[in-house]
Structures are given as C-alpha cells and as structure tokens.
Ligand binder design. Structure first.
Ligand code: AHG
Ligand code: MN
Ligand code: MN
Ligand code: MN
Length: 322
C-alpha cells in the first residue's frame, strides 16, 4: 500500500505543503494514541474552563489543542493558527506561507462514552505581505483552501484529505506510524436514502427544514415515495465520514432554540474543510441559500447552517428553501 508523501507529491503538492500536512499528522498520531488510552491516561472528563464560545472544555479538547498548537508553531511551517479552543488567532513564523484553522477534537461529547471523535483542519495561504498577528488573514472564503481534511479516531484511525485533486482516504498503520492509502478518490453517490439531523431540535427548525424532514419521515406513502433511514453520531467528523463512505445527507440547520446562537457549526474549522472534502468527492455543501465555500467570513468563530452530502438529495432539500 502507498504511503501519504509519495501520493501527494505525485499530485503536484509542494514540499512546503506536504511538510505542513505531515506536521499536522504528527500531532494527530499523538492525539490518536491519547484518545486510545482513554481512562488509562486520565484524559477523560471535563475541565473547569469554558472556551470563548461558552462550551465547557473537555480535558481532551485542551490536550488535543495544545498538541496541535505546539507542534505546528514549533515546526515553523505556519504563519498563524486559529482553533476552536483559542480565543484569538496565534501568530507563528512570519515567513511561513500557510495558515491553519482547526477543530482539535470534534465530537467532544463522545469522549466519555468511547465513541467517535476526530480532528478537522483547513489550510489556506496567508495573503502576500500580511502580518502574522493580524486576525484578518483568516477572513478568506473556503474556496481559497489549498488543503482540507480530518483524522477520525475510530476503531481504526483514518485520514480523509484533499488538496483539490479529489478526496482520498488513508488508514493509520499503528505498527509503523504511517498513513497508508486505502481509498483513492471517494465518490459520494448522488442518491441516498439516509439522512442525519438532531431531531430533538425539530420544533426549533425553520419551516423549510420542518417540511423537508416531514416528507422524508412520511416514507414510501409520502411525497418522496421512498423510505429513509436516520443516523446521528453527534460528531460531525463521524457523520461526514459516513457520507463520504456510503452517501447520505448531513445537516445542522439554523434553529431558534437559542436566539443568540442560531447556528451550531463553525465556518472556518468545521463547515469549510468538510465542504471541500465533500465537493471534491462529488457532493454539495450549502447553508440552504448559498455555497458554504463562497461565504466571506467576518469572524474566526463564525457559525453557519450546514447541509451537505449526496448531490441529488441535497438539491432536493435546497428546493424546500427557495
Ligand atoms: P465540538 O465537539 O467540536 O464542539 O463539535 C460538536 C458539533 C459537531 O461535531 C456535531 O455535529 C454537533 O456538535 C453535535 O451536536 P448535538 O450535541 O446537537 O448532537
Ligand atoms: Mn466544542
Ligand atoms: Mn466540532
Ligand atoms: Mn471541537
């Protein structure tokens, strides 16, 4: 099986970008080990702190963030980083070409139940002549990403990665510490009978999503004339991995549960990298009204509605939003 570096070099990926990706993966291998040790290494449970977004931080959120942050900043491969667990961006090597936004541990409510979690990352170029300490270098739409991916810490540790030449899957061979290519070019089937949404929020959704989901639930005697199956992992990384593996529609729509927080998922380090992976595998990623990767960000922790996955099913859902 082929290792990650030669595969990416054949794609025309620069040595500079490859070196940054390998730096991120070095941190992810360490996170994979810590997650795998679970209770044995005393990393389960919560801290007494909250992140800037008001979420209680799990010990593994803090640990994963620290590992990624330290390794990336020490490597000299990044100009700045933005993280879910950092209030502001952090400046790195002023001469480096790239900036990285990451969700160090996605699905942190799953840590204490030994269920799926992962790391999501998005790589962009810093604007020429920009200041490493300037937060605005991250205010670029997702279509500017040069690479995006996630590492899923599941029964096996897997990497989904795109540098804009399709989405590939690698599996970590823990006996030698290498990511080996296990699926060349994921292709999301255009049609599906599977959807993922947290239905406990149903009464708070907007009418378009209410109507769409009602029609799915009506099954083969309803307007869709088809039975649908539902899955919810409570970690975007797990739900998107299923969509990339066998298709489906995943959504975290706008809701009115908390008027101060109409959307849950964050644009820079959740929605954008997942949108790139999904589009590169033939799927669609939208807010309901616009392509996720065309949004001009105005804040590092900005949140957006997300509807992504199988092309025809996402288009059907978007039809309800017109
Ligand atoms: P994080 O753990 O990084 O804060 O992200 C959690 C997100 C996302 O992974 C998942 O899709 C969603 O929260 C789950 O939300 P519910 O708690 O509403 O199921
Ligand atoms: Mn969180
Ligand atoms: Mn997350
Ligand atoms: Mn997280």
């Amino acid at each position: 099986m082929r290792r990650l570096p030669p595969v990416l070099l054949e794609d025309g990926c620069s040595r500079e970008l490859l070196s940054l990706i390998r730096t991120i993966l070095a941190a992810c291998k360490e996170i994979s080990f810590r997650v795998g040790q679970g209770a044995l290494s005393g990393v389960l449970g919560s801290t007494l702190d909250e992140n800037i977004q008001g979420e209680t931080q799990k010990k593994l959120d803090v640990l994963s963030n620290q590992l990624l942050k330290d390794i990336l900043l020490e490597s000299g491969t990044v100009k700045a980083i933005a993280s879910e667990e950092e209030d502001y961006t952090v400046a790195g090597n002023p001469d480096a070409k790239f900036i990285v936004a990451f969700d160090p541990l996605d699905g942190s409510s799953n840590t204490d139940i030994n269920s799926l979690v992962g790391t999501i990352f998005s790589i962009m170029e810093a604007p020429a002549g920009s200041d490493a300490a300037d937060q605005s270098i991250f205010m670029q739409p997702g279509h500017k990403q040069v690479a995006a991916g996630y590492v899923l810490y599941g029964p096996s540790t897997m990497l989904a990665l795109t540098t804009g030449k399709g989405t590939r899957m690698f599996t970590l061979d823990k006996t030698q510490g290498s990511f080996l290519l296990t699926q060349d070019f994921a292709e999301i089937p255009a049609d599906t009978n599977e959807f993922a949404i947290n239905t406990s929020n149903q009464r708070h959704w907007q009418p378009a999503m209410q109507n769409y989901i009602n029609d799915l639930l009506a099954g083969d005697t309803g307007p869709r004339a088809k039975n649908f199956n539902m899955r919810w992992i409570a970690a975007m990384v797990g739900d998107v991995h299923r969509v990339l593996s066998r298709g489906g529609l995943f959504t975290y729509p706008t809701d009115t549960k908390d008027p101060k927080k109409p959307n849950k998922l964050r644009l820079l380090y959740e929605a954008n990298p997942m949108a790139m992976l999904v589009e590169q595998a033939g799927g669609i990623a939208s807010t309901g009204t616009e392509r996720i990767m065309d949004i001009q960000p105005d804040a590092i922790h900005q949140r957006v509605a997300v509807i992504l996955g199988s092309k025809n099913e996402v288009e059907t859902c978007l039809g309800y939003h017109k």
